[in-house]
Write a protein that binds this ligand. Structure first.
Ligand code: C2E
Ligand code: MG
Ligand code: MG
Ligand code: MG
Length: 292
């Protein structure tokens, strides 16, 4: 590359490498202060039961706004947090904040059955992971069944033995586990069956394929049928159009999440949304006035 393009381009190449390395370093340095500076927050994206239309849960999505760098998407800072080990304190913060927030909402009378928390492979295979989850649950008082941990297929296939044990323990605790972005990686379906998993989150790419061809649709249809056959729950991710929504409903997908239904909400927006959803639910119920 250097030879073919001459010394000038080589220098340019080097400089852009340095720029990348510098950006990375800046992100890492800022990440280190981020927790103390209270720069992190959670966004909450609602999920809906496709049969009843009711709210079935929310997914917690990490947000970072730094004073120098501005708002940085998780796809940019999470890999750096993983490599630098900062994912551990950060992940613990996410777990605690998510559990505490849902418990607070539930105590306010809001009907929110579940929260999904993304856990990166590094966190999941860490020896302290289970005890961190236990203490987040104990300290918040949240019912373990209201917690759904989201992990990826890559984790399952690369660390099968260790993962299987941790999944068993979570299952014993009553915590739910979902496979995020399902279908995007390549899990061995037979091994999947051996694991204590509750739910598949169907990757957005299969959902958006609904607008394309019959062949594409049949892949999505097959995933739904498989999940139903294996008695796993399923949440379709990234639902953006009415066509996608109707297709999922018709094929008996359990739940859906996506921009068409709701974007990820800030804490304030989520509070307003949840109040309304709870009020609507109470209005639908003819016996709700007898509850007191
Ligand atoms: P994910 O867990 O698969 O989360 C779904 C992503 O899709 C979110 O992006 C969400 O904002 C976005 N999304 C939701 N509905 C739609 C839709 O209809 N269309 C499209 N195009 N996108 C939609 P976000 O918040 O940028 O997060 C990206 C990824 O970062 C997440 O993917 C997850 O892997 C990771 N992540 C987020 N929060 C955390 C966290 O607390 N811990 C860890 N370890 N990873 C996290
Ligand atoms: Mg997720
Ligand atoms: Mg996903
Ligand atoms: Mg089912």
């Amino acid at each position: 590359f250097a030879k073919r393009n001459g010394p000038q381009n080589y220098r340019f190449y080097q400089e852009s490498m340095n720029a990348n390395a510098l950006k990375r370093l800046t992100i890492e340095t800022q990440l280190r202060n981020g927790l103390e500076a209270e720069e992190f927050s959670l966004a909450y994206q609602p999920q809906f039961d496709l049969k009843t239309g009711n709210l079935s849960g929310v997914e917690a999505l990490l947000r970072w706004k730094n004073k120098e760098l501005g708002q940085i998407p998780p796809m940019e800072f999470i890999p750096i947090a993983e490599e630098s080990g900062l994912i551990h304190p950060l992940g613990e913060w996410v777990m605690r904040t998510a559990c505490t927030q849902v418990k607070t909402w539930q105590d306010q009378g809001i009907d929110l059955p579940r929260i999904g928390v993304n856990v990166s492979p590094k966190e999941f295979i860490h020896p302290e992971f289970i005890s961190n989850v236990k203490s987040a649950l104990a300290d918040s008082g949240l019912d373990p069944s209201a917690l759904q941990i989201e992990i990826t297929e890559t984790l399952l296939m690369e660390h099968f033995e260790g993962t299987a044990k941790t999944l068993e323990e979570l299952h014993k605790m009553g915590v739910q586990v979902a496979i995020d972005d399902f279908g995007k990686g390549y899990s061995s379906l037979s091994r999947l069956q051996e694991l204590a998993i509750d739910c598949l989150k169907i990757d957005r790419s299969f959902v958006s394929a609904v607008d394309e061809s019959f062949r594409q649709k049949s892949v999505l249809n097959a995933i739904i049928a498989m999940a139903n056959g294996m008695d796993l729950g399923m949440i379709a991710e990234g639902v953006e159009t009415k066509e996608q929504f109707l297709f999922l409903q018709e094929k008996h997908c359990d739940e859906a999440q996506g921009y068409m239904l709701s974007r990820p909400l800030t804490l304030e927006q989520a509070e307003e949304f949840l109040q309304k959803a709870t009020m609507q639910l109470n209005d639908q119920d003819p016996y709700s006035s007898l509850d007191q």
